[in-house]
Design a protein around this ligand. Structure first.
Ligand code: FES
Length: 208
């Protein structure tokens, strides 16, 4: 199997199959039981997809949505459903940055580092959050509490700098606001469940 998170080109994956390389041969091994969570997804949402190669990316998206990320068994399940080599599925998945290959933390912080946000301080903001959490963008804290990511634009540039915490979009953030949010996420929500008023939101979901 491709090393999780390692991005390879679709062409390289296909060439590997044609050459009968080690990963291609391994992928042709006898069927085995998959992770029960993956089996459950495949029997439900996964089974609804037509057995066509055009289903590949929608199935990857569905699996990630249902499972939170793309474990190796999910790609094996998709390969079996579409009757293609798992190497093809892994090659396509690794080509797109939207797919995650590691289990995400219980909370996700996404900092926009696009031009509008960057010139308003998101680069420093991201540095501060990385320092506070002790991880880099793309990583999850050792306790599984927080995953940190960065994106190049949320499409809400007038509200820069923009940070998304779980599904909540926060506008005009400062390092101080985000550091407080991170502290709350790591130590648990405020006892009364209230959000700090210094972190104005613009709603749930990624603006676009
Ligand atoms: S650059 Fe950050 S929302 Fe567009």
């Amino acid at each position: 199997m491709t090393e999780p998170g390692r991005r390879v080109s679709y062409g390289k994956a296909v060439r590997g199959i044609e050459a009968g390389g080690p990963s291609a041969r391994a992928s042709r091994g006898p069927g085995r039981r998959l992770d029960p969570e993956v089996e459950q997804w495949l029997a439900g949402a996964g089974a609804a997809f037509p057995r066509s190669r055009s289903s590949l990316i929608p199935m990857l998206q569905s699996a990630q949505s249902g499972l939170g990320y793309l474990p190796g068994d999910a790609m094996t399940a998709i390969a079996r459903h579409l009757v293609v080599s798992p190497v093809v599925v892994e090659g396509v998945a690794s080509f797109y940055a939207q797919f995650r290959f590691h289990r995400p933390g219980r909370h996700r912080i996404t900092v926009c580092t696009g031009t509008a946000c960057y010139v308003r301080g998101s680069g420093k903001l991201l540095d501060d959050v990385q320092a506070d959490l002790g991880i880099r963008s793309g990583e999850t804290t050792a306790d599984g509490a927080v995953s940190l990511e960065s994106v190049s634009c949320f499409g809400a540039c007038a509200l820069a700098p923009v940070v998304v915490v779980d599904d909540e979009v926060l506008r005009q953030q400062t390092g101080e606001m985000v550091r407080k949010l991170v502290k709350d996420l790591v130590s648990g929500p405020p006892a009364d469940g209230s959000r700090d008023e210094a972190s104005p939101t613009i709603g749930r979901g990624v603006p676009g």
